[in-house]
Structures are given as structure tokens and as C-alpha cells.
Write a protein that binds this ligand. Structure first.
Ligand code: GAR
Length: 191
């Protein structure tokens, strides 16, 4: 099975979907390490609960980006991973990371790219008044949410939606889409 590293910054519900699928034997992959850029990331506790090794490598504001990038890359590489999944990881990975893991790093986004890239996909979709938004799984490149699109799913915007209610509906679709996409990539790797 594919060895995957999952990188988190926040709640970690996408990570949980992967861990749950692994526990159910519906994931053709093993989460071998979970990394975070801050020690408050709740995803760390989820990983520990599942017995998955973790590391935290914070970026200090105003610090050396290249050094952060190099060390983060080293920590992931130490686990001999085939695929890296950004799961609510709120930092841009750097050139060292992409040099090592480019072409095998995927991210998810809570909008139908190329619409509403960036940090506020649900808020921006709501502000724009679209009636359909969704979620995208894509390959990470050096841009912000610009990489090759691997999978998408549409999600309706409902009349009374708040940013939170819309984001939560998107995240339900996003979790399933991520699990499905990881399985497809694992399957391609088998052939
Ligand atoms: C997800 O909706 C993910 O797409 C989004 O943050 C949420 C993380 O949820 N990421 C981005 O917007 C990245 N720019 P989680 O922490 O519960 O997995």
C-alpha cells in the first residue's frame, strides 16, 4: 500500500477521514506520519490516537523560510513516503519540498478551482453569490491552488447558508473525495 504523509494545521477532520478509512480497510494506503506547522493543530491528537507518529515544525514569523522548508522536507522524507497529502495545511510548501515531493503532493480546496482560490474559498463563494460551489483535489505546484486538478465534486449553496454551514457541507464532500482520490492514486501505483 501507498505510504502517505499527511500535513495539517487545524481541525484535522480530513486527516480523520483518512485514518477512519484506513481503520475500516477502505483505504489502499497507510498514514505513516502526520506533520504540522503549529503545535495547536488538533490533527496531531487525532494522529496520536491512531498510533501514527507526528512531528511539529513551526514557522516563526519573520524567520528563515528556506530553512523552515528544508527542515520540514527532511522530517517528511525521513518516513520514506510515496505521497504527501495536505489536509487543511495552511502554509505554502517551499522549493525544497517541491524538489523532493513535487508531482506526488496533493491538496484539497473548499471550492471548485480555478474559482475562489486562497484561504477563504467558502466565504468568497458566498460573497460572490454562486449557487453551486464544491471541492477540488489537486496536485500541489509552486502557485497558490494552481496545480493540475485531479478530482472535483459540486456542492449546492443554500439560501440561508452562513460561511460555516456552507464550509461544513463542502467538507463532507471533501473528505469522501480525498479518500477516493488517494485510492485512485494507490491503484495507479499498483499497475
Ligand atoms: C478544508 O476545508 C480544507 O480544504 C481547507 O481547510 C479545511 C480543513 O479542514 N483548506 C484550505 O482552505 C487551504 N487553503 P480540517 O482541518 O478539518 O481537515
Amino acid at each position: 500500500a501507498l505510504r502517505i504523509a499527511v500535513l495539517v494545521s487545524g481541525t484535522g477532520s480530513l486527516l480523520q477521514a483518512l485514518l477512519d478509512a484506513e481503520a475500516d480497510h477502505t483505504l489502499n494506503a497507510t498514514v505513516v506520519v502526520v506533520g504540522a506547522d503549529n503545535d495547536a493543530a488538533q490533527g496531531l491528537g487525532r494522529a496520536e490516537q491512531a498510533g501514527v507518529p507526528t512531528f511539529v515544525h513551526p514557522f516563526v514569523k519573520g524567520g528563515d523560510r528556506a530553512a523552515w522548508d528544508a527542515e520540514f522536507t527532511r522530517q517528511v522524507a525521513a518516513h520514506d513516503v510515496d505521497l504527501v497529502v495536505l489536509a487543511g495545511f495552511m502554509k505554502l510548501v517551499g522549493p525544497a519540498f517541491l524538489g523532493r515531493f513535487g508531482g506526488r503532493t496533493i491538496n484539497t480546496h473548499p471550492a471548485l478551482l480555478p474559482s475562489f482560490p486562497g484561504m477563504h474559498g467558502p466565504r468568497d463563494a458566498l460573497a460572490h453569490g454562486v449557487k453551486i460551489t464544491g471541492t477540488t483535489v489537486f496536485e500541489v505546484d509552486a502557485g497558490v491552488d494552481t496545480g493540475r486538478i485531479l478530482a472535483q465534486e459540486a456542492v449546492p449553496v443554500l439560501p440561508d447558508d452562513s460561511v460555516e454551514s456552507l464550509h461544513e457541507r463542502i467538507k463532507v464532500a471533501e473528505r469522501a473525495l480525498l479518500v477516493r482520490t488517494v485510492n485512485e492514486l494507490a491503484h495507479q501505483g499498483d499497475s
